[in-house]
Design a protein around this ligand. Structure first.
Ligand code: SAH
Ligand code: MG
Length: 204
């Protein structure tokens, strides 16, 4: 029975990856995912809050890695619909709570939810805001994981002239978020060149 379940799960996992590839959905890269799963296995969080569900891929994998519950926020109707379907297929509808709302306006939905881990993986220009809003819910010694910190290497590329204006703006905002994290005395932060760049901030 167990093996049958695992086989089914592997099938679903592959299906989601293929869907993401075909539809250009930016799900977390393998290397980043492996790092994220290790964080979950070490931290053993009861509750994770994720900003940016997409099709539910990372939320499902975090439950698989041992999280008890995941709250996850998504503003795109098509993504939300896919995520609901996929979470149901994975059999995790009772443990993954998908909230259909812009994360900048969703605080009321989770204001009473205490979390052990926050995973920020949505619009890069808003990372500082997401951090400010949702770290309010973080338990003592809680951790914040942020994906896409290096943005395909562009954050480290100092040659801003080569980028389009939109990209340049995003890179600037991500740089500001780096500064914000590294100078935040309430957290110890490390940024790693893993996947698309991952930051880990641990609440002191
Ligand atoms: N965590 C997912 C990938 C998320 S991709 C995984 O690894 O499987 C980023 C998602 O964030 C997109 O689906 C996008 O629609 C969503 N998003 C971006 N800005 C948002 C916001 N302000 N509020 C809610 N969702 C947002
Ligand atoms: Mg990402």
């Amino acid at each position: 029975m167990k093996m049958e379940n695992n086989l089914k799960f592997d099938e679903l996992d592959l299906e989601l990856k293929n869907y993401a590839k075909e539809n250009s959905v930016p799900i977390i890269q393998d290397e980043g995912l492996s790092f994220l799963e290790s964080m979950v296995r070490i931290k053993r969080p009861n509750v994770i809050l994720e900003v940016g569900t997409a099709i539910g891929y990372s939320a499902i994998r975090m439950i698989k890695a041992g999280a008890k519950e995941v709250y996850t926020i998504e503003r795109d109707p098509k993504m939300y619909e896919e995520a609901v379907k996929n979470v149901e297929k994975a059999g995790f509808s009772d443990r993954i709570h998908i909230l259909f709302k812009d994360a900048l306006e969703a605080y009321d939905l989770v204001k009473n939810v205490k979390i052990d881990m926050l995973f920020i993986d949505a619009a890069k220009a808003q990372y500082t805001k997401f951090f400010d809003i949702y770290t309010k819910n973080l338990n003592e010694h809680g951790i914040v994981v942020c994906d896409n910190m290096l943005f395909h290497g562009m954050v480290e590329n100092k040659n801003l002239d080569e980028m389009t204006r939109g990209v340049r703006g995003l890179v600037r905002k991500l740089n500001m978020f780096h500064e914000f994290l590294l100078s935040n005395d309430l957290y110890d932060t490390s940024i790693y060149d893993i996947g698309d760049g991952m930051a880990i901030s641990i609440k002191k």
